[in-house]
Write a protein that binds this ligand. Structure first.
Ligand code: CAA
Length: 381
């Protein structure tokens, strides 16, 4: 076992860190207020090869390994949490399933432009009445000649406002539960697809979350991803990868809260000394740093396992659970260390606190991660 990053990983970390500090961080507060999808950030990330990080170069990607992906998403999210999830969704929830399950024609057509960042991908699983129980989804897929007609509503679609292409999950028959679910590659311009209500969120305000309405949306049969009935397994194995991206995002947000708190606590004075000199503050900082380091190791391990093409639901759920809860604790303590200033938007921790919360919810709540972990460890006995 080797805990040393490779030279390439160190170079990537330093490059993305410098880029994020110079380009993403100065824009983050204004984007949070404007709620505008940060298309320029996305394009700049594309120039660094961050949109299709684990896609092979032959399909327009950067050909990085999973640990490099975690490193990059952490660095981006430390500066701008919305940009972190936007990249994570394009990489993990769009490019990854097309790469793993797509036909050669699908890969040629869809992978390259999304991996190069010329286009943006999204993932449509959640519905107004179905979130954690993904197998209960009700969006219908009806086969008609050489196409499928999709009917239903998808919500909380990250990247939705700007996305060119969506991986949509729909069922041939809800009574079949997960056996009836299919995955489709759906272009934004396919007849019958329209954007619905934008979501007005607490945090990561500019990640373009929107409802997607499918009103007998016409999808060519050639755009079925995998086989009929395989959609649920595609959705779940895709989320195994997605959860690594969210773990990385959480580590980045938590690290930003730690860095802001380190700086503030060494400048702010109370009772005749820096607040960093109080043990009450030091213990908070020590816990934040330790938990984030542990989260990073879990995320690296999960990413490494996924690179071996092994099923790693246990490890990805552990990484996502621990990282998101460590992130939330770091953000909470960050606000506490800043006192009243932590509660106003002139200080970054106010935004970080709002951004942190979603990491415990999307791509599987903490409760769902615990359920996956429990199922896996009970299976092992
Ligand atoms: N990889 C491959 N196959 C898997 C799998 C995985 N990770 N997980 C389950 N499966 C397979 C099982 O082996 C089983 O296969 P068989 O039929 O051959 O036995 C089948 O799928 C059904 O599995 P379960 O019985 O475990 O399924 P379940 O109905 O009990 O559901 C669940 C399990 C963990 C609760 C799942 O529904 C789940 O993860 N829910 C959370 C959904 C979620 O994370 N939603 C977030 C949406 S994305 C988002 O947040 C928005 C965004 O844009 C960022």
């Amino acid at each position: 076992m080797d805990f040393q990053l490779t030279r390439e990983q160190e170079l990537l970390r330093d490059t993305v860190h410098a880029f994020a500090d110079e380009v993403l961080k100065p824009r983050a507060a204004a984007l949070d207020r404007s709620r505008e999808f940060p298309i320029d950030n996305y394009r700049r990330c594309a120039e660094l090869g961050l949109c299709g990080m684990m896609v092979p170069e032959t399909y327009g990607g950067a050909g990085f390994d999973g640990v490099s992906y975690v490193i990059a998403i952490e660095e981006v999210s430390r500066a701008c949490a919305s940009s972190g999830v936007i990249l994570s969704v394009n990489n993990s929830l769009f490019c990854a399933p097309v790469l793993r399950h797509g036909t050669e024609a699908q890969k040629r057509k869809y992978l390259a432009p999304h991996a190069r960042g010329e286009k943006i991908g999204a993932y449509c699983l959640t519905e107004p009445d179905c979130g954690s129980d993904a197998a209960a989804l009700r969006t219908l897929a009806r086969k008609k000649a050489d196409r499928y007609l999709l009917k239903g509503n998808k919500v909380f679609v990250t990247n939705g406002v700007a996305a060119h292409t969506f991986v949509v999950y729909a069922t041939l028959d809800p009574k079949l539960r997960h056996h009836g679910i299919c995955a489709f590659i759906v272009e934004r311009d396919f007849p019958g697809l329209r954007l619905g209500k934008p979501e007005h969120k607490m945090g990561i305000t500019c990640s373009g979350s929107v409802e997607i309405v499918l009103d007998d949306c016409e999808v060519p049969a050639a755009n079925l991803l995998g086989a009929e009935g395989e959609g649920f397994k595609i959705a779940m194995s895709t989320l195994d990868g997605g959860r690594i991206g969210i773990a990385a995002q959480a580590i980045g947000i938590g690290r930003a809260a730690l860095e802001e708190s380190l700086a503030y606590s060494q400048g702010r004075r109370a009772f005749g000394q820096r607040i960093a000199d109080f043990q009450a503050t030091q213990w908070k900082l020590a816990d934040m740093a330790t938990e984030l380091e542990a989260a990073r190791l879990l995320a690296y391990r999960a990413a490494w396992l996924r690179d071996q093409q092994r099923r790693c639901s246990l490890e990805t759920s552990m990484a996502k659970l621990f990282a998101s809860e460590a992130c939330m604790r770091a953000a909470k303590e960050g606000v506490q260390i800043h006192g009243g200033y932590g509660y106003i938007d002139e200080y970054a921790v106010e935004r970080l606190f709002r951004d942190a919360k979603i990491t415990e919810i999307y791509e599987g709540t903490s409760e769902i991660q615990r359920l996956v972990i429990a199922k896996e460890i009970l299976k092992e006995d």
